[in-house]
Design a protein around this ligand. Structure first.
Ligand code: C2E
Ligand code: CA
Ligand code: CA
Length: 536
């Protein structure tokens, strides 16, 4: 034997004989569930052992078959061989798994390819669930319409269709939107070896993205346990590759079928949201534009057993969290970075609440951000959390964030000053209140609230106090005028006013506080019993 690659002419000349004599045959490569160790299916791969030139490689002879217009016959031959094999399994009571057959893009151009495989399947009496069809992403190069119509036809017959070589480059995202495939095959070899780094981020976002589209993913070309573990960690347990098995001859494969447990079904994540998730991942879509430009700070991350991983964040998210990282850097970081145990518990409780309520849930948590320039800082973040995807115990979470640190601090300051103010007035035996000029709001002291039945915040002051009869009608206009004077910059006002229906004389005073420009901000009011004053 010469053991060399044959020429296209030699291939044409020996093709018929190769089919007749069985030089072209089929190998089977198992597809596995890496979580359970069970077999979920197999792929049929064409082999050609030439009596003169030795073993030929699909990467060489498939393109030549395509060039010579022979690929369709070759693929139908493989399909028929697979049916023959499945029939043997069924007759011998060996439980088969679904076997997928490759469909060249030239088969797609052939109008009745789908009818022909269907005719073969029926002739062999094989249930359609045992046959899958793999089409490649590149079939759609000339446009997706033709592929979509072939897909419809295959679906009409009941075939499961897998998208082969997904991620090999031909605008994968757009294809998924247009083609309603049932399974996606993600080739590890297209996605660089470095799964911990950028490659890993790309894979994980592709896997998550496809889950959003509700399509199961199988990773092929998986050679190492760390690749399989990585895929599992991002929610993709289905793998095919040398790690589990090289392509096996029919004889070897039948042995494997006999001894291994099978699990011939694939599941994917449920989509909770009714938004158009297909558009969402398309970099040119309106949804992406909205996500980046019109939605406030938002992060999408996956959450499973206490571990979280970013899938996507928008620029405003980084801004809200005062992070000077790039989007790439943040995708690699842990979403729980800088959150202490207590705050993490609050956050995770909110996730669980959102899981069980299926609705938006909110929480406020503190986190520490570190920057080389500014050092450490504590931020309070309000998060509105919603679950948008789930599969078993993995969840995809959509979190809108708002940095409320400044509000929190202001609130704490106000709270503290109010506490002191209310407390002080109680001690001094006076009625006191705080009037905010710009908003016409009045905050009474404890004693005003208790004795006069006022709420903690009175709007449109002084009208409610006049209406309630605290300031009697004959003093109402004067009292209103005081507030106009305060607005116009009066620094101090005072008078003896008989208050309440009992017309008890009080010494009422206002002192105004101004900002640095001399604009009146607040006026502090007090009322002291005239008798008390005399006693003093
Ligand atoms: P493919 O459909 O992507 O098939 C997977 C290829 O990856 C197979 O190569 C398989 O042997 C190889 N492979 C499997 N696991 C590993 C792994 O862990 N590491 C590496 N490095 N490779 C792995 P093969 O059999 O040489 O086929 C190459 C290509 O030829 C196939 O790629 C497919 O596009 C085409 N092909 C094979 N059989 C057929 C067929 O019956 N019809 C058509 N139209 N195309 C076929
Ligand atoms: Ca394939
Ligand atoms: Ca492939």
């Amino acid at each position: 034997m010469e053991n060399r690659r044959m020429s296209e002419q030699e291939l044409r000349d020996s093709f018929d004989t190769a089919l007749e004599e069985g030089h072209i045959f089929v190998c089977y490569q198992p597809k596995m569930n890496h979580t359970t160790g069970r077999m979920i299916g197999a792929e049929a791969l064409m082999r050609w052992k030439h009596p003169e030139f030795g073993m030929q490689y699909p990467s060489d002879f498939i393109p030549m078959l395509e060039n010579s217009g022979l690929i369709c016959r070759a693929d139908l031959y493989v399909f028929e061989e697979v049916c023959r094999f499945l029939k043997i399994c069924i007759e011998r009571d060996i439980q088969p798994v679904p076997v997928s057959c490759n469909m060249s893009r030239y088969d797609i151009y052939d109008n009745d390819y789908a009818d022909r495989i269907e005719e073969i399947r029926i002739r062999y009496g094989i249930p359609v669930k045992y046959l899958h069809v793999e089409i490649t992403e590149s079939s759609a190069i000339g446009g997706t319409e033709l592929v979509a119509s072939v897909l419809d036809k295959l679906h009409g017959f009941g075939y499961i269709v897998e998208m082969d070589d997904f991620g090999s480059g031909y605008s994968s995202l757009n294809i998924l939107k247009d083609l309603n495939v049932d399974v996606i095959k993600l080739d590890m070899r297209f996605l660089s070896g470095d799964i911990g780094g950028r490659g890993g981020t790309i894979i994980s976002s592709i896997v998550q993205m496809t889950k959003w589209l509700n399509t199961p993913v199988i990773a092929e070309g998986v050679e190492t346990i760390s690749q399989a573990d990585f895929m599992k960690s991002i929610g993709c347990s289905y793998v095919q590759g040398y790690l589990y098995s090289k392509p096996l001859t029919e004889e070897e494969f039948i042995k494997k079928l006999k001894i291994s447990e099978h699990e011939p079904s694939m599941t994917s994540m449920d989509i909770v949201s009714e938004m158009n998730v297909g558009h969402f991942w398309d970099p040119n879509s309106l949804e992406t534009y909205l996500f980046n430009n019109f939605i406030g700070g938002t992060a999408i991350f996956s959450y499973k057993d206490g571990n979280a991983e970013f899938l996507r964040v928008n620029k405003k998210y980084l801004k809200e969290l005062c992070m000077n990282m790039t989007e790439q850097e943040i995708l690699r970081s842990d979403p729980f970075n800088g959150i202490d145990k207590e705050n993490r518990r609050i956050y995770e409780d909110t996730i669980f609440k959102a899981i069980s309520s299926n609705d938006e849930e909110s929480c406020e948590t503190w986190r520490t951000v570190c920057s080389q320039i500014c050092g450490e800082d504590k931020l309070c973040i309000r998060s509105d959390i919603r679950i948008i995807g789930r599969a078993e115990n993995q969840y995809i979470i959509y979190a809108m964030v708002r940095n409320i640190t400044a509000e929190k601090k202001r609130f704490a300051d106000v709270y503290e000053s109010e506490r002191r103010f209310r407390f002080a007035s109680e001690q001094a035996n006076v009625y006191a209140w705080e009037y905010t000029v710009a908003t016409k709001q009045m905050r009474p002291c404890f004693r005003c609230m208790r004795d006069l039945g006022l709420p903690p915040l009175v709007e449109n002051y002084p009208e409610p106090a006049i209406e309630a009869g605290i300031f009697p009608p004959d003093y109402a206009d004067m009292y209103r005028d005081w507030h106009r004077q305060i607005e116009n910059g009066a620094a101090h006002l005072e008078a003896i006013i008989p208050l309440t229906v009992g017309r008890v004389p009080f010494h009422v005073r206002y002192t105004t506080e101004f900002d640095e420009n001399g604009k009146p901000l607040k006026a502090y009011g007090s009322a002291t019993l005239v008798i008390d004053e005399k006693k003093e």
